[in-house]
Design a protein around this ligand. Sequence first.
Ligand code: DGY
Length: 342
Amino acid sequence: MPAPSAASRPRVWVSQPLFDDIVARLGEHFEVGATAQVTVWSPAQVAAKLRGCDGAVVTLNERIGTAEIVQASSLRAIANVGVGYDNLDVEALRARGIVASNTPDVLTETTADMGFALLMAAARRITEGERWLRDGRWTQWSFDTLLGSDVHGSTLGILGMGRIGQAIARRGAHGFGMRVLYHNRSRLPERIERNSRAARVDFDTLLRESDHLVLVLPYSPATRHVIDSTALAKMKPTATLTNIARGGLIDEAALADALASGRLASAALDVFEGEPAVDPRLLALDNVVLTPHVGSASLATRRAMAELAVDNLVAALGHGPRAGDPPTPIAGTIPGKDTAKR
Ligand code: DGY
């Protein structure tokens, strides 16, 4: 089949720099509008970029809803680089017949590693200890310096037992001998519960019994501030709270109060409701570990996410490894696969 002329090739936009060699693969099929530098796009700029495009690869930074697609009459596919897709108005895209995809699976283990690292950092006061040492406050070894809580043998609570939740459960159960409790809308198949040695409990029991609670559930208006002052009041004062999902799951003002008053021992947050802005009260506290939304940020995983997003877009726009073949099935297409499981 002869290669289509440049003028007739579909146009795609890549909203942020990914890996040049991976983005270059789009050039085999499309006219590519790449982005050379990390850019904060306004909604109006996103709308302008999408106008005239057939597809786009976007990140969580770009919110895409009715206003952004209203003038994008040729837009057929959006490939989100990330498993979470709360930046997309899925209903608006679906109504316009625009295929949306995300990047599940490829980041599961890496994000679970980060969740566990944060949990341990909060429990054993690792970043607090480093700051203390660097500040020159370590004058002599002492018996009661920075006493934390044990991870091994404790109770791990997981709110949102999708793929990443299960991977954290396996680490806790098999690596650290933890008792694992989870709360989900529905009970998981017995085989999965056995594999991760996890038992389903109601939300209140999860809050009351967890020594280390990890949030891994998708964000939506229904899950906004699922951890609020009422939920925090039910947790053990010795507990830790880790969030690797989306910042809006936690009422950050209530969390800051709980941490400041000693109502909760410590927290570890990789995500924030107004990120990249972080509540100044959290910044001022010693008993919270703060990282800049890097849960899936290993080089191998970020490459795998970019590859999958590019594959998704190529397939959604009807191209593939063999011209003329039907499109490759799109991994993680929102209208098909269940992408609500993180
Ligand atoms: C995800 O995959 O949802 C991460 O938060 C990065 O986008």
